[in-house]
Design a protein around this ligand. Sequence first.
Ligand code: NAP
Length: 289
Amino acid sequence: MKVLICGADGQLGRCLLQHYPSHWQVTATNRAVLDITDPYRVKALIEKTHPHFIINAAAYTAVDLAEDDPEHAKAVNTDGVKNLAIAAKNCGAGILHISTDYVFDGDSSSPYTEDTPANPLNIYGKTKLDGELALSEILPDSLIIRTSWLFSEYGNNFMKTMLALSGKNTPLKIVSDQYGCPTYAGDLATAIIYLLENHVKPGLYHYCGNTPVSWYQFAEFIFEQSYKAGLLHLPQTLQAITRHEFGRPAKRPARSVLSNKKLADMMHIPDWHNAVIKVIHQLKSERQE
Ligand SMILES: NC(=O)c1ccc[n+]([C@@H]2O[C@H](COP(=O)([O-])OP(=O)(O)OC[C@H]3O[C@@H](n4cnc5c(N)ncnc54)[C@H](OP(=O)(O)O)[C@@H]3O)[C@@H](O)[C@H]2O)c1
């Protein structure tokens, strides 16, 4: 199967490159090779490579910066997806696109299913939702996977930020009134490969790690395990604060817990705690090299 991966330098992109099966013929593109906001380059590359499937892991993911740069966020998260959809349609390619829990407002006390109406609170969430809608309209047989709180050994993510901030004498202030499901990008990559290999029915799916937590609880687990594994030499103290106290430019949903039941009926969804431990050991061995 010929597969084009967009956004191959991001954390999900890198995990896909690490896991894809040997019978896939992969063209991996980063922003320099294929800027998805450029419809002419998108069309030319898709016509040249003629993929069976396009996996779109490219996105504008800077949630706070998007508030001041909505045009850029829209160009990538909405118009970029449209460009891929139009070119894919003309070439008969399928698309698997990744979206986000931030399409929801977080006001619900129960997990969000694929049928729950979306209501994004910030520019990032709105541009991602518009990307989903554009794709579904142009190419209704696409696969859209919403995920949440991605972490991995690659790129920038909450886990790596926490580790980078550790080691100071003062407690780290962490938001304790926002809940979600951490998801290991390597597990998501494996799930994406499984879905394409098994020709899952097109549509919208939620994929996230099991067990919702607050950012505070997530940080607590990261630091406990990092100390236990010897990645950190001192325990890190934390101070719980509210989203309001943290005062970030973009509003966040209080409880963007996705229900992954639709996919969990088809595949095993691993617990994220084990993946945190795995990433800690990976980072430790990289430090020792
Ligand atoms: N990270 C999370 O916590 C999270 C949560 C929920 C959903 N998601 C979704 O999951 C997907 C993967 O996220 P991720 O964490 O792997 O993101 P990431 O690490 O930020 O990677 C995104 C990649 O897209 C590239 N990109 C940006 N603009 C582009 C453009 N115009 N053309 C081509 N490539 C472009 C970026 O390149 P540059 O670095 O050069 O800009 C980057 O390599 C995204 O759809 C994201 O919205 C992420």
